[in-house]
Design a protein around this ligand. Sequence first.
Ligand SMILES: NC(=O)c1ccc[n+]([C@@H]2O[C@H](COP(=O)([O-])OP(=O)(O)OC[C@H]3O[C@@H](n4cnc5c(N)ncnc54)[C@H](O)[C@@H]3O)[C@@H](O)[C@H]2O)c1
Length: 223
Amino acid sequence: MLALRGAKVIVADRNAEGLKTLPEHFDRCLLDVCDPLAAKKEIAALREKHGAIDLLVNCAGAIVSAPFVNIFSRDSMMLPYERFRKDLAINLDSVFIVTSAVVEQMVLTRTKGCVISISSISGHGNAGQTSYAAAKAAVNAMTVTWAKELGKLGIRCNAVAPGFIGTPSTHSALSESQIKHIVANTPIGRLGTPEEVGAAVIALAENDFINGAILDVNGGLTL
Ligand SMILES: NC(=O)c1ccc[n+]([C@@H]2O[C@H](COP(=O)([O-])OP(=O)(O)OC[C@H]3O[C@@H](n4cnc5c(N)ncnc54)[C@H](O)[C@@H]3O)[C@@H](O)[C@H]2O)c1
């Protein structure tokens, strides 16, 4: 959707096969967004090759569901700490790492830019998602903090907090009965679409006076 509006879009992902499936007009960057040194190096190289970066969308993440207490688990009744740290790495550390690398380039090139992070409705807290909810709540807090800190540099920071979107990731993270329950409790009465999340990203990117917003895109599920 950004490309259709004329943006030069570079997709960074660690999935080499997935990158190959993108339409030709996208530039690709093979990157593990949890690796701070690689991110710094790659982002600097992208700026060198393509010029100033004026928009970052932090989208990489992994929807993870695991109960804090699982009385049926033979190995460990409690959510393992290693699992918690791993989930935070992809959903929280990644946002810090890539935003740090991109904002550094924005400041060096005196670019008035915009950072948009994909948060989640789970940032309000969601049973069965200790680490994912913690990560997304922290993404919201970093977004507001950066909005306050970077506004004077001309860099805006916002987040989109989708509810439940009809993607393969949702269908693999939740059971069909959980999805039915969610739909029944959503005033709009359905799951959202990726295009509706994209439209929210574009709204935040295009409006120069929105800063520090966490935009809910959830069909009214939180009302
Ligand atoms: N799908 C939903 O219903 C939903 C709802 C709320 C929020 N979100 C958020 O939207 C974002 C995208 O989710 P999605 O549903 O499209 O998931 P997805 O699994 O389809 O996409 C996630 C992408 O992140 C990439 N990725 C994962 N770890 C990476 C790493 N270390 N380095 C580089 N790339 C990595 C994956 O390869 C994949 O391409 C996530 O942040 C997710 O938390 C999704």
